[in-house]
Design a protein around this ligand. Structure first.
Ligand code: 9MG
Length: 277
């Protein structure tokens, strides 16, 4: 057992867990913003819970390449009612996909169990806002900003550079009192990376795990899957599952996905086989 506390619930991270994506943006890249209403968001949450999701990740600011930033008020208006409604209606861990201090504070107050920050708490006040909670946080690596991050990203060694960056964020977290037991690391597939960078990071997933942290992988339907298979976004499920299966076998235990049931079933088999001696 490897228990991590997510607010009012805990997860055994010796087992794999699926985090279902709930984008409440009008422009999300692969679901077209169809959950941009409270009712639709609740229906989609229920579907993902029934299918076996352990966490629902609610995000109101699109981070797809080229995405336009939203105001703090817009982000609050999008995500907070959804978090509140999910927590009222369902017994599930809600993660908030945000980099914004005010959203972190309010989401924690409404019962969110995880802060998922693609900017690894770099925004002003974010470290302090998380330090004031007891919640875990996912620190993701991103090179550049969403508007321009895919314009010729360059690294010395992508794996070393991403590891160094994440370690530097771990140090910052500890400096403000966020214990390392609350930290989850994420190499940030697709965030300022070429196909080759993404493949190298996935190939070396075990190195992130060996740093002593739980690892979250988010690659669902992303461009890297389309690049390898030459398939459009709505035909990337099998490729997504293959890449996540590889990440599981290299130590990742949290998987941020659109398609919950196929991943829950695939990971149940992988984990069962791994545990049978
Ligand atoms: C919000 N979001 C989009 N992609 C992501 C990824 O790969 N990891 C995490 N943690 N969050 C993501």
């Amino acid at each position: 057992m490897s228990l991590m506390s997510f607010g009012d619930k805990s997860l055994d991270l010796s087992l794999p867990h699926v985090m279902g994506i709930l984008n409440v943006t009008p422009d999300s890249f692969s679901d077209g913003g169809v959950f941009h209403s409270l009712d639709a968001a609740l229906r989609q949450s229920e579907k993902m819970i029934v299918e076996g999701a352990s966490i629902i990740d609610v995000g109101g600011e699109s981070t797809r390449p080229g995405a336009v930033p939203v105001s703090i008020q817009q982000e609050m208006d999008r995500v907070l009612p959804v978090i509140e409604a999910i927590k009222k209606r369902f017994d599930i861990i809600v993660s908030v996909d945000t980099s914004t201090t005010q959203v972190i504070r309010e989401a924690a107050r409404l019962g969110a169990g995880l802060i998922n920050d693609v900017r690894a708490l770099e925004r002003d006040g974010a470290l302090q806002a998380v330090a004031e909670t007891v919640l875990p946080v996912c620190l993701m690596h991103m090179k550049g900003v969403p508007q321009t991050m895919q314009q010729q990203p360059d690294y010395g060694s992508v794996v070393d550079d991403v590891m160094q960056y994440l370690l530097s964020r771990v140090v910052e977290c500890e400096r403000v009192g966020i214990d390392r037991s609350r930290l989850i690391l994420d190499p940030g597939i697709g965030f300022g990376k070429t196909l080759s960078h993404n493949l190298s990071l996935l190939n070396r997933t075990s190195q992130f795990k060996e740093m002593g942290f739980e690892v979250l992988i988010g690659l669902s339907r992303k461009t890297m899957i389309g690049d390898v298979l030459n398939l459009p976004v709505d035909e990337r499920l099998y490729g997504t599952m293959g890449a996540n299966a590889s990440a599981y076998s290299k130590g990742a235990r949290l998987f941020r996905v659109h398609d919950v049931r196929p991943h829950v079933e695939m990971l149940a088999l992988m984990s069962r086989i791994e545990r049978e001696i």
